[in-house]
Design a protein around this ligand. Structure first.
Ligand SMILES: O=C(O)c1ccccc1N[C@@H]1O[C@H](COP(=O)(O)O)[C@@H](O)[C@H]1O
Length: 216
């Protein structure tokens, strides 16, 4: 099975080209002013163009109101919106039904109880992204969570693993959780918000090496 790769928090064309060359499936663009990776909607639209359709574009929003969400869909025309705040299942479903855009919901996983609550999003989100619990920022902090929380879990919707992943721990993370998609931001940076093309390449290579070992 191929593990899909999302490289998140890109803010320039060079890192988008590096993600494409390395074989990423998705890029993530963050529209959240408190993030060191924040880009305006207009810049996000330019960066989506820079993918040349080689990768899908995920636009990340945090607790965005209906007006901003509508503007984001209209201006950026992403393939996916990733909601990374306290959005409700009802809101996620409404956006999915009204926008024709795939909708992902990120959830901070602390323990079995928080995992059990993720079932509220079945039938609403197209994918769940399991991340570390929010700290001062809701995500993008390079923090991982206890992957054993996912052990034996019967996933009812497509999902992805996020939170503190990097080229050193990604093989262990895939081995432990068997995710269909992995999502990285801090782990491919040299400083918050500064993507490193070599780390992007190393992360993707580590995922591909794991997939190749598993299928041989
Ligand atoms: O990247 C950010 O700045 C960010 C801000 C607000 C919410 C989520 C954010 N990033 C997402 O968080 C996860 C994990 O990131 P990391 O690899 O631990 O740095 C990932 O989905 C990012 O896209």
């Amino acid at each position: 099975m191929k593990t899909e790769i999302k490289i998140c928090g890109l803010s320039n064309e060079a890192s988008i080209a590096a993600a494409a060359k390395a074989g990423a499936d998705y890029i993530g663009l963050v529209h959240f002013e408190k993030s060191p990776r924040h880009v305006s909607l207009e810049r996000a639209a330019e960066l989506r163009e820079a993918t040349l359709g080689a990768m899908k574009t995920v636009l990340l929003l945090v607790n965005a109101d209906p007006k901003l969400t509508g503007q984001a869909v209209h201006i950026v025309r992403p393939d996916v919106i990733q909601f990374h705040g306290r959005e409700t299942p009802e809101w996620i479903k409404l956006v999915r039904d009204q926008s024709n855009v795939e909708v992902w919901k990120a959830l901070g996983l602390r323990d079995q109880a928080t995992l059990a609550k993720s079932s509220r999003f079945e039938g609403a989100a197209d994918r769940l992204l399991f991340d570390a619990p929010a700290k001062a920022l809701p995500g993008g902090t390079g923090t991982s969570f206890d992957w054993t929380v996912l052990e034996g879990h019967k996933h009812k919707v497509p999902w992805g693993l996020a939170g503190g992943l990097d080229s050193d721990n990604i093989a262990q993370a895939i081995e432990a959780t068997n995710p269909p998609l992995v999502d990285v931001s801090s782990g491919v940076e040299s400083a918050p918000g500064v993507k490193d093309v070599d780390r992007i390449a190393a992360f993707c290579q580590a995922v591909q090496d794991f997939d190749n070992r598993r299928s041989s």
